[in-house]
Design a protein around this ligand. Structure first.
Ligand code: COI
Length: 355
């Protein structure tokens, strides 16, 4: 159990207009911070007014990107309960990322306690309007000072929160995705399964090129054969082919999404067949040509359930389900958001109240 020292701001900020939140643009009044020193472990857990860090220009993270992060949300229900969605899954995934990046792990219960305490301090910032939530961004970075390439002996764990609306400007409307066949995001043995900043840095160029052509994001293919579908920049991907729900298996280069896992569990509980396996982009295109590509959708904490209405692979354009949200995507969106905002019973026991 952490001993968290709380220093409240003396200058609370005005709350943003909930009709125009965007994603990750405005931040709450406080942040959680904890330090790590080799030999001492994690120490000095505290909640302080939100503000900048002063860091030496030679701090390791600036040069070698030893950093990991998480993405979670807090939701306000109709009776003003504030709840989290499967925070234990984020805490465990954070440990997996930490392990790969040589970052000292944070115990699951300490991670959850830190998130809950910060959300409680900033609970007035959890949006009231439909579809909006408090996006929570825990992260750890290496803060040794020096240019040698090795695991740092000092780290900072920080959590910030941003009242946010939909991640995509399209909201629940289908997005346009471009299949990236030049650049890759991950390869076996690399860091694809982690949430480390470096994965996202490596993806920016492809994302920018896609945006220039009017696409929301890219769909990544595997880094070896460039044939198997992996994931989209900020979400996992699902295909509904002839009634079967297929998503790429977690082979080490795909992020183990918590919304992905929950979507699979919801679909299976409703009697759908979900297969986690390798799937080539060729197979997707052939299913499309045969009129069997019923739906494509992405899943992610930020993206929730995001239908894909238009998929471009080389010269081939696939318009899916007449560019409308499909039946399974809609069911998943309604069930997932229903549980998260407490509109339907949480039969899975996924939500955790912030008391
Ligand atoms: C999330 O869905 O929480 C993510 O971390 C994706 C992000 C890069 C926007």
């Amino acid at each position: 159990m952490l001993d968290i020292k709380i220093t409240r701001t003396t200058a609370p900020k005005a709350k943003p207009d909930e009709s125009n939140l965007g994603f990750g643009k405005k931040f709450t009044d406080h942040m959680f911070v904890m330090d790590y020193t080799e030999g001492e472990g994690w120490h000095d857990a505290r909640i302080v007014p939100y503000g900048p860090f002063e860091l030496d220009p030679a701090t390791v993270v600036f040069h070698y990107a030893q950093e990991i992060f998480e993405g979670m949300k807090a939701y306000r229900t109709a009776d003003d309960t504030i709840q989290l969605f499967r925070p234990d899954c984020n805490a465990k995934r954070f440990q997996d990322s930490a392990d790969r990046l040589c970052i000292p792990k944070i115990p699951v219960e300490d991670y959850i306690q830190a998130v809950e305490t910060l959300v409680d301090v900033d609970r007035d910032w959890v949006p009231h309007s439909d579809g909006a939530s408090l996006y929570i961004r825990p992260f750890v970075f290496a803060n040794d000072v020096g240019l040698g390439v090795h695991a740092s002996k000092h780290y900072i764990f920080c959590i910030i929160c941003a009242p946010s609306g939909a991640y995509y400007a399209e909201g629940i409307n289908p997005v346009r995705i471009y299949v990236e066949d030049e650049y890759i995001r991950a390869a076996p043995g690399l860091t694809g399964f982690t949430k480390c900043g470096g994965n996202y840095a490596a993806s920016i160029k492809a994302g920018e090129l896609a945006e220039e052509q009017g696409y929301a994001q890219v769909l990544w293919l595997d880094g070896v054969e460039r044939k198997y579908v992996e994931e989209v920049g900020s979400m996992n991907i699902f295909f509904v082919i002839d009634g079967e729900i297929i998503t790429p298996a977690l082979t080490g280069s795909v992020l183990s999404g918590i919304t992905r896992k929950s979507a699979i569990e919801i679909c299976r509980s409703k009697g759908y067949t979900v297969t986690e396996r390798k799937i080539t982009i060729q197979e997707v295109a052939e299913a499309y040509d045969a009129g069997k590509l019923d739906e494509v959708f992405g899943t992610g904490t930020a993206a929730v359930i995001s239908p894909v209405g238009h998929l471009k692979w080389e010269d081939k354009i696939m318009e899916i389900n007449d560019n409308k949200i499909g039946q399974i995507s809609q069911m998943l969106y309604d069930t997932m958001t229903g549980i998260q905002w407490g509109k339907i019973p949480d039969e899975f026991g996924w939500t955790v109240e912030v008391k």
